[in-house]
Ligand binder design. Structure first.
Ligand code: ADP
Ligand code: MG
Length: 245
């Protein structure tokens, strides 16, 4: 299916104490693919996301980024990790830095870009997420939806090969959800490789190449959105969809 794999998880397992939270996870995300991960609360979606860039160590299995196995630690891990951006439910912007400084910080510190180059590129990214006019404001002066769009620009500033989103709109007021989803839709159209944990089924239907349904730490279904939504195979997925749709 995925001819050019960018993210590969092979037989990945993880426990928290006695809780088996990732069970024999096999997942391949192709370059340019958008994979939406859905499932009940506690099914392991966040842990899966965090495992992809080793924010969570795993006990067994292999995770490859662009063909390179993720090591457990060290400089090589830091390098590979920087190639996968993450956007969380809570935006985690630096409150005492301007919007522009939030976006250009990591490129200067980690990628060793010059201040001028980083600022120029950050302005381009802020324009892309519709926030150039707010470059000199502080996060608290922005709405939640705007802050999340800054967080997306900040992740893009590292020029990642892939972006992971963990419920990026769950903390937002309803009227702000669409402005964030629209930015994500545009990224998808531009060919960004994305793994998106979300309850936004409209986004899944319109932007995802595949839907991965998780339950109890397992990937239960991994299929095209139209197939999944119209004819889920598992009882778990049928039950889940009947509750949210
Ligand atoms: P989801 O994102 O699908 O809601 P999570 O990946 O956050 O699921 O959590 C999966 C399971 O692991 C849940 O039962 C949760 O309570 C548990 N869990 C998550 N993080 C930790 C942790 N740091 N320590 C112990 N248990 C955890
Ligand atoms: Mg979660």
């Amino acid at each position: 299916m995925a001819v050019d794999p960018l993210i590969e998880m092979r037989d990945v397992n993880k426990h928290y104490g006695k809780l088996h939270v990732l069970k024999d996870i096999n997942l391949t995300v192709g370059r340019g693919e958008v994979v939406v991960v859905i499932g009940p609360s506690g099914s392991g979606k966040s842990t899966l996301c965090r495992a992809i860039n080793r924010l969570e160590p795993v006990e067994s299995g292999t995770i490859l980024l662009d063909g390179h196995p993720l090591p457990d630690e060290g400089r090589e891990l830091a390098k590979l990790r920087a190639e996968v951006g993450m956007v969380f439910q809570s935006f985690n912007l630096f409150a005492h830095k301007t919007v522009l400084a939030n976006v250009s910080l990591a490129p200067v510190k980690v990628r060793k870009r010059s201040r001028e180059e980083a600022d120029r590129r950050s302005r381009e990214l802020l324009e892309r997420v519709g926030l150039l006019a707010h470059a000199d404001k502080y996060p608290a002066q922005l709405s939640g939806g705007q802050q999340q769009r800054v967080a997306i620009a900040r992740a893009l500033a590292m020029e990642p090969k892939a972006l992971l989103f963990d419920e990026p709109t769950s903390a937002l007021d309803p009227e702000m959800i669409n402005e964030v989803l629209e930015v994500m839709q545009q990224l998808a159209r531009d060919g960004m490789t994305m793994v998106v944990v979300t309850h936004e089924m409209g986004f899944a239907r319109s932007a995802a190449n595949r839907v991965v349904f998780m339950a109890d730490g397992r990937i239960v279904e991994d299929r095209a959105p139209e197939e999944f939504f119209t004819a889920p195979r598992s009882e778990r997925a049928k039950d889940f969809l009947s509750k949210i749709l």
